[in-house]
Design a protein around this ligand. Structure first.
Ligand code: CP
Length: 336
């Protein structure tokens, strides 16, 4: 595929202009259409992508690996324990070597205060494009799939669309800030009005909120914050109830110095907000045609009830998950 984006890293949507992102969306829709019609899209024949996962993944791993196969190439599914990374080999050496053997590197590293820096280090030394499969700050592939799904349901002109991103209770693990942060940065660039609701101990990162406000000014969207989940649901056309850890409450260096203590404090704050759930009562506060989105995996019965998540009149989470494949293929075929 001929593309001006060949060789460009994809670490955050923020590094890509709106025009570049529009090319990605156009390509994603075309790839989705061809996937449905079983038209071959072997745009990356014989090319190799190295994927390094420091954490678990279902959607990201499989959208990238299936995507590479469908584009005619191959993806290596690597984890830290399979590599000399587990004996301390540096991001620099790993990136230099893998980029000499293949055509792209992709990695997920969500450790707070570490992941983003790790990916930047790889990108600095790789001679091939480096893609973030999620870090502690950004989840760019998720943002693309989210916006593609919004375009499918609401059309390409999403000016003034009311989207609520709400913190919700979950007891599985402290999830990164990267999904809501990517959404608040990206959606207002397209004129979307975003409301973020969170308990006071679970803010997003200050720098990201400031950047998102600047994006909103340029893109024409609005960005509002509240500590009241009910208020955020009122009139919303899309609701995204999603847990995230209380990392943004701490200075990152303080967090790294006192990690065990901060995590205990986060756990204790979490238990105060078990009623932050997307349920029947709250969904009725939203617009009558409201849609539910979620990056998945969802913490069923905590973040959102089964009844809402499984209601096809409301929930579009499976389309959103499928669009991870089409957007992943678009970015890979344009950059590799
Ligand atoms: N939404 C998402 O990134 O899912 P995985 O963690 O399964 O990749």
């Amino acid at each position: 595929m001929n593309s001006n984006l060949k060789g460009k890293h994809f670490l955050t949507c923020q590094d890509w202009t709106k025009e570049e992102l529009d090319v990605v969306f156009e390509t994603s829709f075309d790839l989705k259409d061809k996937f449905r019609k079983e038209i071959s899209t072997r745009y990356l024949p014989d090319k190799t992508l190295f994927m390094i996962f420091f954490e678990q993944s279902t959607r990201t791993r499989n959208s990238m690996e299936a995507g590479m196969t469908q584009l005619g190439g191959h993806a290596h599914d690597l984890t830290e324990d399979k590599m000399q990374l587990s004996h301390g080999e540096s991001a620099k050496d790993t990136a230099i070597i893998l980029s000499r053997m293949g055509h792209g590197i992709a990695s997920r590293n969500c450790f707070y205060g570490i992941g983003r820096q790790y990916l930047k280090e790889m990108a600095k030394y790789s001679s091939r494009p480096v893609m973030s499969l999620q870090d502690d700050v950004y989840h760019p592939f998720q943002g693309l799939a989210d916006l593609m799904t919004i375009f499918e349901y609401f059309g390409k002109n999403v000016n003034g669309l009311k989207v609520t991103i709400s913190w919700a209770y979950a007891d599985t693990h402290s999830k990164p800030l990267s999904v809501p942060q990517t959404q608040i940065l990206l959606f207002p660039r397209y004129g979307i009005d975003v409301t973020v609701a969170y308990p006071k101990e679970f803010p997003l990162s200050k720098e990201i909120v400031e950047q998102a406000s600047r994006n909103a000014q340029v893109g024409g969207g609005r960005l509002n914050f509240t500590n009241d989940m009910d208020e955020a649901f009122e009139g919303a056309q899309i609701v995204i109830p999603k847990n995230w850890g209380g990392f943004g409450y701490y200075d990152v260096n303080d967090f790294l110095k006192n990690e065990a203590e901060c995590k205990l404090e986060m756990k204790s704050s979490l238990e105060k907000y078990k009623n932050w759930i997307c349920d029947d009562r709250r969904i009725h506060l939203a617009d009558k045609n409201v849609r539910l989105m979620h990056a998945l995996p969802a913490d069923r019965g905590h973040e959102v009830t089964d009844k809402i998540l499984d209601n096809p009149e409301i929930s579009i989470v499976y389309d959103e998950a499928e669009n991870r494949l089409h957007t992943a293929k678009a970015v890979m075929s344009l950059t590799m």
